[in-house]
Design a protein around this ligand. Structure first.
Ligand SMILES: C=C(OP(=O)(O)O)C(=O)O
Ligand SMILES: [Mg+2]
Length: 573
């Protein structure tokens, strides 16, 4: 008999296949008393190290199959495992209560999870709780000496049924066999949902109890559009779904038709939809999703993926590949942004109290200008292979920009003197990710060719809330009117000088933020490639004048992030 289960539609599409239950092993821990607490601390440390190794392997698989941006989730997990608080508190429980590491680790992570989950209205905190749950399983499995299931081993067409899919589970999914997934818990912004959208497989999350309702003998239809699962559908249901699947594939084809279309609002206002990339390999996704430009090429991965400083020729080859791959379309290459959370083992950077406020990005480049000049020469040589735009990260003051630009000009003059061809139409711009630069945007706009707003950092610096610190992440608020005001100031400043303003922080692809950013007059939106076609189709439904009214209202009438979100939803309704 058919039965129907509802949940939250997390990723579009319709699929049918047999069920595959992704069952967790029993990770129940027993409390035991110990006398030698050092042994327990060593067991913990070994389990954590092995978990980090596993995570590194999964991260590599994810980078390969999903792209660099998605794979960065695992960096967050590795960070959890390196959190000194987590380790110190576990050690304290082992020492004080003289108990086994498994019990102590479970108890401490329980406290962390309860604290984050307690902040019910804060989706970000809920995600952090999920991250800890995910990492904890890995460590407990090592401590208990049991094997976690590995979705990577699936070799027939299935629909995965699970309590939740962790990012590491999702990263191992092979699209060829996994046709969809359905989970008990989660929301539209949970990692599993984001991953499903980027893999382009249908997904339903938050069904509460699908794992209790489905067995491996069942055949399923997943309707990711409505958020409904049909267990053992009748012939009639199947026929209805075949029809619906056909209609959806037509919709996808319509989206695909948008692939080569301009990105315009309902009333014909054009914006540019660009992609963020980390390596030349990411170009495939840019092209298959109709990216009009590369709005951010994070070149630091060139440095991080290597065991020594990449040579000028190695860099030239990478830049050339991207420029050629994009043809006429512009490519914004950001010079190296090392420091903060991005370390280079072979470049001795000092240990700092506040790395995000320290020796980072352009500060390193201007200080160690040999490295900077090598990168600039490689870029200048590659410039003849496409439309290159050069962008400097973490600019705080005008003298920094002037110095960086002067070095660029020097290297350009040298190359020309050596007889090397260099494009004469390279735009040179800056990231706006430090509030000082946002506030002084009118001055910067007279000297730069463009701005790209890096909201990932701009938000952390404006709110004084470390983007990596879970305890203060409730303050990490993209829609806070203070952030919107800064963004407005930057866009207006650029336009007053006839320059363009883009955004390459995560906010540019956020479907709540897009209507506001259209209203504020943002020219270029740079995001993960897989968000482009959806955003292009959202744009077609927006009236630019109405969005102007929306953003003006958000700025004049809203005093909190929540009020802004409500207002956007009213306008989109
Ligand atoms: C795009 C940005 O740069 P990154 O995330 O690499 O710091 C940003 O800060 O918004
Ligand atoms: Mg940044």
């Amino acid at each position: 008999m058919t039965s129907k289960v509802s949940g939250i539609a997390a990723s579009d599409g319709i699929a049918q296949a047999k069920a595959y239950l992704l069952i967790e092993p029993d990770l129940t821990v027993e409390k035991t008393s110990v006398t030698d607490t050092d042994v327990e601390k060593k067991r913990l440390s070994k389990a954590i190290d092995e978990s980090k190794e596993q995570l590194a392997k999964i991260r590599a698989i994810a980078a390969e199959s999903l792209g660099e941006e998605e794979a960065q989730v695992f960096d967050a997990h590795t960070m959890v495992l390196s959190d000194p608080d987590l380790i110190d508190q576990t050690h304290a429980v082992i020492d004080n209560e003289k108990v086994n590491a498994d019990f102590a680790f479970k108890q401490v992570t329980d406290t962390f999870i309860a604290m984050f989950e307690g902040m019910e209205d804060n989706a970000y905190m809920q995600e952090r709780a999920a991250d800890i749950r995910d990492v904890r399983k890995r460590v407990l499995a090592r401590l208990l000496n049991v094997t976690l299931p590995s979705p990577a081993t699936i070799e027939e067409e299935v629909i995965i049924i699970a309590e939740d899919l962790t990012p590491s589970d999702t990263a191992q999914l092979n699209k060829k066999y996994v046709k969809a997934f359905v989970t008990n818990i989660g929301g539209r912004t949970s990692h599993s949902a984001i991953m499903a959208r980027s893999l382009e497989i249908p997904a339903i999350v938050g069904t509460k109890n699908i794992t209790e309702l489905v067995t491996e003998e069942d055949y399923l239809i997943v309707d990711g559009i409505e958020g409904e699962v049909f267990i053992n559908p009748s012939e009639q249901d199947t026929a209805a779904f075949n029809k619906k699947a056909e209609e959806f594939s037509q919709l996808k084809q319509e989206w695909d038709r948008l692939k080569d279309e301009p990105s315009v609002t309902k009333d014909g206002k054009h914006v540019e939809l660009a992609a963020n990339i980390g390596t030349p390999k990411d170009l495939e996704g840019v092209n298959s999703n109709g990216g009009e430009a590369v709005g951010l090429y994070r070149t630091e991965f060139l440095y991080m993926d290597s065991s020594e400083l990449p040579s000028e020729d190695d860099q030239y080859e990478a830049y050339k590949k991207v420029l050629e791959g994009m043809g006429e379309r512009p490519v914004v290459v950001r010079t190296m942004d090392i420091g903060g959370d991005k370390e280079l083992p072979y470049l001795e950077l000092p240990k700092e109290m506040n790395p995000f406020l320290g020796y980072r990005a352009i500060r390193v480049s201007l200080d160690q200008d040999g490295i900077f000049r090598t990168q600039l020469r490689a870029l200048l040589r590659a410039s003849v292979h496409g439309t290159l735009r050069i962008m400097f990260p973490m600019i705080a003051t005008l003298p920094e920009f002037r110095e960086a630009k002067a070095i660029l000009e020097e290297e350009k003059a040298k190359l020309i003197e050596e007889g090397t061809a260099v494009s004469d139409s390279i735009q040179v711009g800056i990231m706006i990710e430090i509030p000082a630069a946002a506030v002084l945007a009118d001055q910067f706009a007279k000297e730069v060719d463009f701005f790209s707003i890096g909201t990932n950092d701009l938000i952390q610096y404006t709110m004084a809330a470390d983007r990596m610190n879970e305890r203060v992440s409730y303050l990490y608020q993209p829609y806070n009117p203070s952030i919107l005001r800064l963004i407005k100031g930057v866009i207006d400043a650029a336009h007053n000088e006839g320059k363009w303003a883009g955004m390459c922080g995560e906010m540019a692809g956020d479907q709540i933020a897009v209507p506001l950013l259209v209203g504020l007059g943002l020219d270029e939106f740079s995001m993960s490639a897989t968000s482009i076609l959806k955003t292009r189709s959202l744009l077609k439904t927006l009236d630019s004048n109405k969005m102007k009214e929306l953003s003006a209202k958000a700025l004049s009438e809203c005093s909190t992030s929540e009020e802004v979100v409500d207002l956007v939803n009213q306008y989109l309704a």
